[in-house]
Design a protein around this ligand. Sequence first.
Ligand code: 5AD
Ligand code: SF4
Length: 461
Amino acid sequence: MHPSIHSPINPAMSAPAKRLYIKTYGCQMNVYDSERMADVLAPLGYGVTDSPEGADLVVLNTCHIREKATEKVYSELGQIKLMKQEKAASGAGEMTIAVAGCVAQAEGAEIMRRQPAVDLVVGPQAYHQLPELIARAHRAKGERLAADFAADAKFDALPTTRNPTGVTAFLTVQEGCDKFCTFCVVPYTRGAEWSRPAGTILAEARSLAERGVREVTLLGQNVNAYAGEGGLAGLVRQLAQIDGIARIRYTTSHPRDMDEALIAAHAEVPELMPYLHLPVQSGSNRILKAMNRAHTAESYLELIGKIRAARPDIAMSGDFIVGFPGERDADFEATLALVREVGHAAAFSFKYSRRPGTPAAALPGQVAEEVKDERLARLNALLDEQQKAFNAAQVGKVLPVLFEKPGRHPGQLSGRSPYLQAVHCEGPAELIGQIAPVRIEAAAKMSLGGSLAASQTLEPA
Ligand code: 5AD
Ligand code: SF4
């Protein structure tokens, strides 16, 4: 699901007074933010709908990480503008258009200038101000751009009760980044590293558990830099105590912050799932240095060794960038060598995208697009092979599966293995929200198939 989700959030059950359409781009953090925007707007009578057509309020929750993601916003706005005009022409009232998220933060004024149909712009740390901004936009006066950097004010204003729509939920615990990798816009769009106090996180998790959530994924741009008491390991141990919470995951982590306590938690906390997204970006020390990653290929491999010693079955995932300025064939070969050494269950690889204002954008030795294409294809071929091999290795095993929803075919269920693989099998709908053992019989690149190993013997929560 990481980092290119383009999904509307779940529609509300009952017909609302005002219709809200939210489209989410980018990472899981944005998915969480979209849900929270819906929470903030619900008291104003807005209910979520799954189509922008005729909506009273359209929110585009945007991503700025690569050029392509950013450009999508402007083309989408062109479409939405036409719907706004149609709605007004048919006498069905006004459609308010809001741009939220990281593009809003980075180029809010530019958005208003390039697309006058936009009514308001709200950055990722300011969306608790949405009701006020909407009111101002409707009065057509006052500032319609909010781009604060104070995450604490936002979380203070958000309710800790949630209305989850499934058995898994995202939960933001940390935001921002102080690492300043030279390719990345995040320190500029999301601000400095900031951690939520544990108390409100635990309250939110309890509210999720009370409403049937069994798995929480803790989110942060540098989630393992969580600076509350006891660090992320301490938080995980406290969350594991909450009744109903059977599974805990976290993403995204930086190798620099993968401390001993967190590694130990992987060995000792059964609720902490054996899957780790730990981006390395490159296998070349020269490139890692130019990226300001503050680790080497060797130190990364050493770290993986420690993590695997603690949790031998851990499934590894990562992010990779090909074609960073100055990357030569030998550097790219070093990335392939590192990938071979690690063995990935999943991974995300990207062509370097030059982002205005970041140090790497000004570096000499920008790599030609064809070279990037070729390297990306070779890297993806290797990563695909590893993913297929990882999935194939599950065949014959019995895995505990958390069932999340009905499958595509009647009588089928869809769930996840501890390693985050999608698993499909036949089973009764009552199993949704439960963990049951599944014998894995087939593996494809993206999912596993199997049958209930013992339909009556369910795992305790
Ligand atoms: N170009 C390409 N990929 C990037 N990422 C971040 N910035 C860029 C960029 N300028 C990738 C990194 C990061 C993931 C979220 O996106 O791999 O881990
Ligand atoms: Fe995109 Fe980064 Fe913003 Fe997430 S935090 S939406 S990946 S720019």
